[in-house]
Ligand binder design. Sequence first.
Ligand code: ZN
Length: 311
Amino acid sequence: MAAEKAFIREVGPRDGLQMVGRILPTDKKLEWCCREAATGVGEIEVTSFVNPKAVPQFADAADVARGAIDIGGFVVAALVPNLRGAEAAFDAGVRHINCVISISDSHNRANINRTTNESIAEFRRIIDAATARGRSDYHVACGLATSFGCTIEGAVSEKRVLDVAEQILTAGADEIILADTVGYGSPRQVGRLCTDALALAGDKGVACHFHDTRGLGLANVTAAIEAGVRAFDSSVAGLGGCPFAPGASGNINTEDCAYLLESMGFDTGIDIERLVKLRRDVESWLPGENFTGSIARAGLPKSFGRPLAAV
Ligand code: ZN
């Protein structure tokens, strides 16, 4: 029987690089995408269509997007903070956009100077923009930041998360991404919220975006998997910090996440050893950055890849 698939979306070139001071040249970003796609990663969030004055790292967003589309062989996704970013992404040929809204009003205001409800209204305008260009050609996902807690407000009500998720799905989202960029989530909480979000989403996608800020990143992946989630964001070498905790570890690590999923019997399609080779080069391109990950240090176990029944 073929193994059930689990899906990893690489977010390093976006989420990882947005915290990095050194600007990685466009050709290196494209080399990263090209080589990671060759390891079997099926989707990469290649850039962010933000105001380049706010984040100079992404001043080359349109060039990276076009270059990545030319490489081919993987889904090119981009983060967009607003309608303007969505239009710029569409103009560059991007068909898969990830919007982001914070469940916590205070966090949303601090990030983009809007209330959560104002961002929901903006999301509807983004859906309208995709519809004007031919809705079925586009995949519009929405990340729900602070779904598991907020650095400003503390606890976030699960009811409010589901309420916003429902509004986003009703607006026409193809996928919601429960996001914990501040690393507040814990496994039972993740299991509960994922179960409820999957029930709400029906045939629409539910993905999770965890950070390992407090060491629970992969435990949360396990809880989400047990609840039925099959799609995860992660970053090669765990690149990407927490803007509210300087020096803290960032996104869950792609190599380790792929290892976890494969060891649980899922097929990720990813060649982990090849991914570790790419990781070494990404490290060399970004000296002084904070890299994490256990597989890169210890290697895969000798038992890896043998069916359980044969062990
Ligand atoms: Zn993140």
